[in-house]
Design a protein around this ligand. Structure first.
Ligand code: SAM
Length: 303
């Protein structure tokens, strides 16, 4: 702009006004007194540019204000999450199981805190949570504490609130549940019954076919924008690593769920593992496997 004003025959006051982006009444009078049409044309151009500049400033300010309000909302949600002790990263080192929920002696029970985290982060009070493989009912007790409604099924019910059901078919209406929590057997690591319908009695291939049916049912009964959380662990069988969590994630995506990432819950090792100690590590080393010290929590969304 300075170059242009230098080239033109413009009075000093107007040049100043242009540089400062202010046009006073006096300056306007001066502009009006200019007779040279070329100079006037150029001044008009510059003033137009200034208007555009002002409009841009207003637009930018409005945008910044909107962003500020959005950010305020985000920060307030972040503060709520902090107050509720919601873990905001992928490594869940939650320590000892909180034993107020489910049965602490049920072999293969879920860590209470894992279910709490899923429910707090992905639902609100009054929402409906489904657990179709409820085991000792950890989800039921967490839902009670957090004022969520819960529907629980299991092939081998352990308490009256859990309805007997083979969850490859779930007796619920379409789009009726806000969150699905699913904690299936880790293949045959713990046998829950002798039934052929029990996923803990199946070969890997049969297990994957059955779990696909269960997840397809979760998809059907889940409301749009509802989440499903799967708690699962990989298994080493006869020296062979079985990536159950990855296989389940692929199946779940194929069904139509959107993958929303995963967290790892650190495990400190069961009592039997602690007792086997070095022998366990020696066996794993010999078969070129690592000791699995985590469970996966896989997050999916129905859109
Ligand atoms: C890992 S346990 C769930 C533990 C539970 N989250 C808890 O905290 O106690 C897996 C459960 O899946 C159940 N199960 C196995 N096959 C099933 C099927 N076809 N339908 C429903 N439940 C089944 C077993 O009976 C077992 O209780």
């Amino acid at each position: 702009m300075t170059d242009l004003t230098a080239q033109l025959n413009i009075p000093e006051t107007i040049k100043q006004a242009i540089r400062n982006k202010t046009v006073s009444d006096e300056t306007i009078k001066e502009i009006l007194s200019i007779k040279n049409p070329f100079t006037l044309y150029k001044i008009a151009e510059i003033i137009k540019r200034k208007e555009r500049y002002e409009k841009n400033i207003i637009k930018t300010a409005r945008f910044a204000e909107k962003r500020h309000n959005l950010m305020k909302e985000k920060i307030s949600k972040f503060k709520d999450a902090k107050d509720n002790r919601i873990i905001l990263s992928t490594i869940w080192d939650i320590g000892k199981r909180d034993n107020y929920a489910g049965d602490p002696n049920f072999y293969g029970n879920a860590p209470t805190q894992v279910i709490e985290q899923c429910i707090k982060r992905l639902t609100k009070q009054g929402d409906i949570v489904l657990d179709a493989m409820a085991g000792s009912g950890t989800t039921i007790d967490v839902c009670k504490i957090l004022s969520r409604k819960v529907i629980a099924y299991d092939l081998n019910p352990t308490r009256p609130e859990i309805l007997k059901n083979d969850s490859r078919k779930i007796p619920l209406k379409d789009d009726s549940v806000d969150l699905g929590f699913l904690h299936p057997p880790y293949l045959d690591m713990v046998k829950y019954s002798n039934s052929d319908d029990d996923l803990s009695n199946m070969s890997l291939d049969k297990f994957l076919i059955s779990i696909k049916k269960v997840i397809t049912e979760y998809y059907r009964v889940l409301k749009r924008n509802g989440h499903m959380c799967i708690l699962i662990g990989d298994v080493i069988r006869d020296g062979k690593f079985l990536p159950i969590s990855r296989r389940m994630a692929n199946i779940t995506e194929d069904i139509g769920f959107i993958d929303r990432g995963y967290a790892l819950k650190l495990t400190r090792g069961s009592i039997s593992q602690q007792m086997r100690g070095n022998i366990l590590y020696a066996e794993l080393l010999a078969s070129q496997n690592l000791k699995i010290n985590h469970d996966s929590i896989l997050f999916f969304k129905k859109v």
